[in-house]
Ligand binder design. Structure first.
Ligand code: 6R9
Length: 567
């Protein structure tokens, strides 16, 4: 029997107190996510259960029990504290998906720090934007990523420590740099965990918007109440599950459901630190007997491309429940998974800002393939009119997804950007920035984003950040960046570029510009296509009209441009 029971019944009887009670939390108590995910499991008799089973890209395997995890997260917390880092300091995790990343996250929370996870694929420019804004005090990284940090260290006055987790003495460390070996460091059996309360900041996740720099969505320790119960009800995690979340903790899915939710439930998590390959993924599921699997549409579409044969070669009968997040999950993908795994993928919808799943398909509820499902019990959701922000209250009418603030894991502000945070609220609703409609049965159907943000393979990329970086290329006069349809990644980045006088379009220049962005920002932000143009469509006030270029790519009507022209 699924944990949640029948949706209609749970919706009527649910309150967040259920989650608080299960976690033994009473309002006003100390609540520390680091403690709940590790030490609490020892008190519940899970000491010898594997907490983390990790496999690296060359096949090496590491396993840690909850007991070892508790000691190692203490060890990291103690090390950070001894360096003089203070509660409230932002500590960045800039690593591949190695065990130090997962335990480092919990170690930071245990000593009261604010964890700031960033993708290790980020280049110096992506890094500096986010570290500058957060005024980050320390960064935990690996030798291989150290050059990117060294590039920018001079410009980061707040950065006091660069902690290298795999220094082997071959690279002489510079000022501010310090080596730390998780497995060799003196183990701390006991650590005085920081007595955080519900509203104490916990995690700072950067997310891209249409304009301006990426914004830091700031979360608090109380988010645990949402993350724990959604992992139990939506992912249906049960005591002996072996769980695999394919997301990187640089993305919120990799922290809310790749660290906090499952470990607060005491589950064994498997992590594969290797790129996507269907054969490797199926082998991984078979080898570790994964029971619950949380992935993303792009990965599922890539698996579909590889065909059924690859599935049939493996015994995947351990799988019990499948979920997906990040982009619209096509009906076709749901039918395919039902056919080849005997289980449909359950679509879930949420955001960095919501901190946990807010709309979803549940184990006991019939899946309407292609729909995102229904609001999580305890979350009040609706679709509001695009202009008046009043609930549309009519099946099939497209509007904006809106949520009533108040669920525990909602972000509390954008870091040092309260004005933008406030601008997300209309008529008392938090506006997600996505368009959808609700059908007569209450199921939500995703339509598209309401802004210019590009969703490539489930990752949000801000056009503004790419356009700004493009301008730093010596040949680029101006540019506009939009999403272009892609069969696997849903969208990929396309750049329209007007060149400076004296430069002419060529394939070499195109490649040079692509690489320039890949190194500066990240492989995800790299344009997959560049179109050289003489000039870009603009509003009268000189704003580039990305909407016009985007519509062209998608073969859509350009729509009303008059307002834009008079802008
Ligand atoms: C968790 C996460 C949030 C944006 C969101 C929407 C898109 C997420 C979706 C989905 C269609 C789904 N999105 N889940 N679109 N169907 N099931 O993805 O956080 O990186 O902040 O992205 O992703 O556009 O607003 P984040």
């Amino acid at each position: 029997m699924p944990n949640m029971g029948r949706y209609e019944e749970v919706v009527n009887s649910f309150s967040w107190e259920i989650s608080e009670k299960e976690l033994g939390y009473r309002p006003g108590d100390i609540i520390n996510i680091g403690e709940y995910c590790s030490d609490r499991n020892l008190r519940l008799g899970r000491k010898d259960r594997p907490a983390l089973i990790w496999e690296g890209h060359s096949g090496e395997v590491k396993k840690y029990t909850f007991y070892e995890m508790s000691v190692l997260t203490n060890t990291i917390a103690g090390f950070l504290k001894n360096l003089g880092l203070q509660p409230g300091d932002r500590i960045c995790l800039f690593m591949d998906r190695i065990p130090e990343l997962y335990f480092g996250f919990l170690g930071i929370l245990k000593m009261g720090g604010i964890a700031q996870p960033l993708f290790s694929a980020f280049g110096s420019e992506s890094l500096i934007t986010r570290l500058e804004d957060a005024q980050t005090a320390a960064i935990i990284t690996q030798r291989k990523h150290l050059p990117k940090v060294r590039n920018i260290v001079e410009s980061l006055p707040y950065l006091k420590h660069i902690i290298v987790v795999d220094d082997d003495g071959t690279k002489s460390l510079r000022e501010k740099e310090i080596a730390f070996h998780m497995d060799k460091a003196p183990r701390l059996e006991k650590f005085d965990i920081y007595p955080s309360r519900a509203e104490t900041p916990s995690v700072l996740h950067y997310t891209s918007g249409t304009t301006g720099k990426p914004k830091g969505a700031q979360h608090v320790h109380y988010s645990l109440i949402s993350q724990y119960i959604t992992a139990r009800y939506v992912l249906d995690l049960r005591e002996n599950d072996i769980y695999w979340c394919t997301a990187d903790p640089g993305w919120v899915t990799g922290t809310s459901y790749g660290i906090i939710g499952p470990w607060a439930n005491g589950n064994t998590q498997c992590v594969l630190d290797a790129g996507f390959k269907a054969e490797t993924w199926y082998r991984f599921i078979e080898k570790y007997k994964i029971t619950v699997w949380y992935s993303a549409p792009t990965a599922i579409r890539s698996l579909m491309k590889e065909g059924e044969e690859a599935v049939r070669r493996r015994n995947l009968s351990s799988l019990r429940h499948l979920c997906s997040v990040g982009e619209p999950l096509n009906a076709e993908a749901v039918h395919w998974s039902k056919n080849v795994f005997g289980l449909p993928f359950h679509d879930t919808f949420w955001q960095t800002e919501t901190g946990s799943i807010v709309i979803s398909n549940y184990p006991e509820m019939p899946v309407k393939a292609g729909s995102m499902g229904k609001p999580f019990p305890g979350v009040t959701a609706t679709v509001v009119d695009l202009k008046t922000y009043q609930p549309v209250n009519k099946p099939g009418v497209v509007g904006l997804i809106a949520l009533k603030p108040g669920w525990p894991s909602m972000f509390r502000t954008y870091w040092r950007n309260e004005a933008t945070y406030q601008s997300k609220f209309k008529n008392g609703w938090y506006i997600c920035g996505d368009r959808a409609s609700i059908d007569e049965d209450g199921y939500y159907w995703f339509v598209g984003r309401d802004d210019d943000v590009i969703n490539t393979g489930g990752h949000l990329v801000g056009p503004f950040e790419i356009e700004s970086a493009l301008l730093e290329h010596p040949a680029v006069a101006e540019s506009a960046v939009v999403g272009k349809p892609d069969p696997v990644n849903m969208e990929v980045v396309k750049a329209f570029i007007a060149l400076k006088p004296g430069n002419s379009p060529s394939q070499e220049l195109e490649l040079d510009i692509m690489n320039f962005i890949r190194k500066k920002l990240s492989p995800l932000a790299m344009p997959q296509e560049i179109e050289f143009v003489d000039s870009l469509p603009k509003t009268r006030s000189g704003k580039i009209m990305r909407r016009v270029l985007r519509a062209k790519e998608w073969g859509e009507e350009i729509g009303d441009t008059s307002t834009l022209e008079n802008d």
